[in-house]
Structures are given as C-alpha cells and as structure tokens.
Design a protein around this ligand. Structure first.
Ligand SMILES: [Zn+2]
Length: 145
C-alpha cells in the first residue's frame, strides 16, 4: 500500500486505543493487514516519503504528537522505514513479516488490486478529516489548554 493509505488506516486504528503503545502496535498491525490486500504502489520514493511525513504531520498538528491517533499513524509507517537503508545502498535485512513474502507486492497488473490513486484519494480524505476535526481522543487535552 502507499504511505497515505498506511497513515490513514493507522490513525483509524489508533483512534480508539487508550495508550500510546497500544496505538503504535495497532498501527503496525494495520500495516501488515494492508500489505496482504492486493494493492498497487507508487514507485516514487520521494513522493512516498514526503506524503507519509506530511500525513503524519497534518494529523499531529491537530491532535498532538502524544495522541493515539498520531501514534497509530506513526506505527503504520514505521515498518516501511526498514527500506530506507536499502535505498542508500546500505545492507538491511528485511525484517517485517509481510515484507518477507514477495508475492504480496507487485500486484499492479492484477485486476483486483486497489489502484494507488484510489488509495491516495481515500487515504488523503481520511487524513484530511483527522486534520480538520478534533477526535474524542484529545478532547480532554483541548479542554485543559
Ligand atoms: Zn510495507
């Protein structure tokens, strides 16, 4: 899946978690679940890095860094960080379980794969909704501010 889809599903998974660690783990679990769904990719590392970072920052700007929503989003993109050293030619063994299963990726040409543009539109809409509305996860903190 593309990073916008990971950020969006991670935020949704973290939304109802009470603790930050629970939210982070829930986000990571959505990454694995999303990798299993047939999906297209954007083969542009710069776009993926910047859109993922922008998505997390947009959510954190509204909900704070110590929000389960933000932590879920971060947990959902962390697994793909293991690809970064490889991009710079540094050996990094592939550790995340769904990344080790080759046939889960490269679905682009298969008919049932969710196209990257659909992931971008839906993921962007979910991130936008989080960025524009205060969830109940931070309502208490907003009242104290
Ligand atoms: Zn991944």
């Amino acid at each position: 899946m593309i990073q916008l889809a990971h950020v969006a599903t991670g935020a949704l998974a973290g939304r109802n978690r009470s603790g930050l660690r629970d939210a982070f783990i829930a986000g990571m679990l959505t990454h694995a679940a999303m990798d299993v769904i047939p999906h297209g990719e954007v083969h542009d590392d710069e776009y993926e890095l910047l859109s993922g970072a922008a998505g997390v920052i947009a959510i954190a700007a509204r909900h704070g860094w110590r929000s389960p929503i933000t932590m879920g989003a971060i947990g959902a993109i962390v697994p793909d960080m293991e690809h970064l050293p490889q991009k710079f030619g540094i050996f990094q063994p592939t550790l995340f379980p769904t990344h080790r299963i080759k046939w889960l990726h490269g679905w682009e040409t298969k008919p049932l794969a969710i196209p990257a543009w659909v992931q971008a539109v839906v993921g962007g809409a979910v991130i936008g909704a989080f960025a524009m509305t205060r969830g109940r996860a931070r309502a208490g903190a907003a009242d104290r501010a």
